[in-house]
Ligand binder design. Structure first.
Ligand code: UFG
Length: 339
């Protein structure tokens, strides 16, 4: 029998790519989204890639009654939770909005997990490691106090899941800690759609290249790194999506070693901002207008994953090169611009 996976926030950047990979791996997928932070572009793209209209429930996960109804209407075997706000700066300005939305929605899902016995996959972030003392970071590296309400919600939701698994028999959970997801689906039918001025590096690069932004500011070139710019672990969005398929299979096939598990999802490869910009120029054959600017508040100097646990236990490994990923990001931006 086919298993059904609920993807909350399934119309967003990561959720849409995960939906495609799950469906292609043979799962039935139910997308739930309230379109508060995205339009229908990615939902439509998912349906085009899969060649069918995907089940879509428009709802807010903060509405406990609506969440209960969703679980009555569909027999859900596993739930992946993406529906959350994600802008670090906005979370500093509007902490209660972030706490209310990101925590309440997850509590409502965990209530259902408690009531019905569910496998829950939480989308966490490398942000939980803060500025790490040792690189690369493993899952055993200590979590650092969060520097933003957004980061705090990631830590708190991890704890909600851990504690629910410990308390309620029948609830199992995996938290995936993403490093820096970038790129787009090779079809160029789904990708990242930031609202307004992008906060993240790659959408800012592609929007500058297409002429929507005048100039990329590289935040800081005086960091203690080989070229002075920050280092991150940029993970291809399709590779990242495939990690979810492995994690869902692990939960549903009874392969978990413990009822609550945490995995880093990264490449293990540090790439500096300057290296990323140069790779983008080279693979796409263009010159990017950029300048060096002061450091951005809150940025860590360097972070990258030790992905050994995910490689060995989850049976997942990042496959795409940074160049392939940047070519896909550029193809997506061009498609958005009708070029
Ligand atoms: N950067 C620039 N110019 C820009 C945008 C970013 O130089 O216009 C630099 C940043 O300073 C940083 C690197 O590019 O060194 C990556 O920045 P991103 O904003 O793309 O990604 P972050 O590493 O800041 O963000 C990640 C996750 C977030 C998470 C955050 C926590 O994408 O979800 O870590 O620190 F919240």
């Amino acid at each position: 029998m086919k298993k059904t996976v609920l993807v909350s926030g399934g119309a967003g950047f990561i959720g849409s790519h995960v939906t495609v990979e799950l469906a292609q791996a043979g799962y039935d997928v139910v997308i739930a989204d309230n379109f508060s932070n995205c339009d229908r572009t990615n939902y439509d793209g998912v349906c085009r890639i899969l060649g069918k209209k995907m089940p879509l429930v428009e709802m807010d996960f903060c509405d406990a009654k609506a969440v209960d109804k969703l679980f009555d209407d569909y027999k859900i075997d596993a739930c992946i939770h993406f529906a959350a706000y994600k802008a670090v700066g906005e979370s500093v300005a509007e902490p209660l909005m972030y706490y209310r939305n990101n925590l309440l929605s997850f509590i409502n899902i965990l209530d259902q997990a408690h009531k019905r016995g569910l496998n829950v996959l939480f989308s966490s972030s490398a942000t939980v490691y803060g500025e790490p003392e040792h690189l690369p970071v493993t899952e055993k590296s200590p979590r650092q106090p969060a520097t933003s309400p957004y980061g705090n919600t990631k830590q708190m939701c991890e704890d909600f899941l851990r504690d629910s698994v410990a308390a309620y028999p029948g609830v199992k959970g995996i938290a995936l800690r993403y490093f820096n997801p970038i790129g787009a689906h090779p079809s160029a039918l789904i990708g990242e759609l930031p609202r307004g001025v992008p906060n993240n590096l790659v959408p800012f690069i592609t929007q500058t290249a297409i002429g929507k932004r005048e100039c990329l500011s590289i935040f800081g070139n005086d960091y203690p790194t080989p070229d002075g710019t920050c280092q991150r672990d940029y993970i291809d969005i399709v590779d990242l999506a495939k990690a979810h398929v492995c994690a869902v299979a692990r939960m549903l096939d009874g392969k978990m070693k413990k009822p609550y598990e945490v995995f880093n999802v990264g490449t293990g490869r540090p790439v500096s901002v300057m290296e990323l910009v140069t790779a983008f120029e080279k693979v796409n054959g263009l010159k990017l207008n950029y300048k060096f600017a002061p450091r951005r508040a809150g940025d860590v100097t360097a972070i990258w994953a030790d992905p050994t646990l995910a490689n060995e236990d989850l049976g997942w490994k990042a496959e795409r090169s940074v160049e392939e990923t940047l070519a896909a990001a550029w193809a997506w931006e061009k498609r958005l611009a009708g070029k």
